[in-house]
Design a protein around this ligand. Structure first.
Ligand code: SF4
Ligand code: SF4
Length: 300
């Protein structure tokens, strides 16, 4: 069985599919969405997060760091991210949990052992396991890891959900489809050029995989991160309606942009995304655009 990079395993989750679930977050994503609320999920390597608000100024990290990437200033730790090699030595000694490493190599069996702890809850609630990211079909390592995770979970009789943007080689996606019960499938933009400009990758393979999912035996929920002035134009919504109605899909789960992930940008030493949230009135106007094209919107 294979191994890969996992950055979080959340038990008792109720938001990533039906019932009570365990959500396994794989690290790494081929897209670079500027609104990402889990920026630590993008790179397929361990990364240090430093939460300055938790620092008590003990200085243990200064002693531990072999790269002089941290120092004490005004009684608190100051991080120089440009010197940091993400070795994790400071996180091991920080007593205040102001420093943590995101990303750990895990074996399929290790992940499954954790997932199976809550089998009774899944049975009683109609839940199961969800694989998310990052982009689980490409993150976590090579594609074998997610394929093995999905196959092993399905083999245990679990309901399997894949939370994906669809940026996945076709043959791997077909393999995954055989063992997935539900896809939470992101739709970011219908225009290939706009998709590439925003995320760094065009949407050819994504739309191809989406069509494959929508004609498969798996249940599919379309989800859209809704970003002011980025993907909420009447033209884009009309193109979505044309595409999805061909497959009998008339409902989109929308995820309006929020700023909940900003602390993580600070903790990674990255600038905040240059995005804004909708006002309630603006959101009503945008939702009405979907209605006009025959698509019902549900807040995810
Ligand atoms: S993770 Fe970065 S800051 Fe921490 S000890 Fe390693 S190099 Fe230094
Ligand atoms: S080890 Fe933790 S609490 Fe101590 S100075 Fe460093 S970041 Fe702050």
């Amino acid at each position: 069985m294979s191994q890969g990079m996992v950055y979080n395993i959340q038990r008792m989750s109720t938001k990533d599919g039906p019932g009570i679930r365990t959500t396994v977050f794989l690290k790494g994503c081929p897209l670079r969405c500027p609104w990402c609320s889990n920026p630590e999920s993008q790179h397929n390597e361990p990364q240090l997060l430093y939460f300055a608000n938790l620092c008590t100024g003990c200085g243990a990290c200064v002693q531990a760091c072999p790269n002089h990437a941290t120092s004490l200033e005004n009684g608190l730790s100051k991080q120089r991210f440009e010197l940091c090699q993400n070795c994790g030595a400071c996180a091991e000694v920080c007593p205040a949990k102001a420093r943590e490493m995101s990303g750990k190599i895990m074996q399929v069996e290790e992940v499954l052992k954790i997932v199976l702890k809550d089998t009774l809850f899944y049975e009683n609630s109609g839940g199961g396991v969800t694989f998310g990211g990052g982009e689980p079909t490409q993150g976590g390592g090579n594609g074998e890891f997610i394929c093995d995770l999905v196959e092993a979970s399905h083999g245990e009789g679990l309901h399997v959900t894949l939370d994906t943007c669809g940026a996945c080689p076709e043959d791997r996606f077909q393999r995954l489809l055989k063992n997935v019960d539900l896809l939470l499938f992101d739709c970011k933009h219908m225009d290939p050029e706009a998709h590439k400009n925003i995320t760094g990758v065009d949407n050819k393979i994504i739309l191809q995989n989406m069509a494959a999912a929508l004609t498969s035996k798996a249940e599919v929920k379309i989800r859209m991160p809704l970003i002011p002035d980025i993907n909420d134009s009447a033209d884009n919504i009309a193109a979505m309606a044309t595409f999805f109605k061909k497959f009998g899909k008339h409902e989109i789960e929308i995820m309006p942009y929020h700023t909940f992930g900003m602390k993580k940008y600070d903790a990674l030493g990255r600038p905040h995304p240059a995005m804004r949230s909708y006002t309630p009135d603006e959101l009503l106007v945008v939702r009405d655009r979907f209605t006009q094209h025959g698509l019902n919107t549900v807040l995810a």
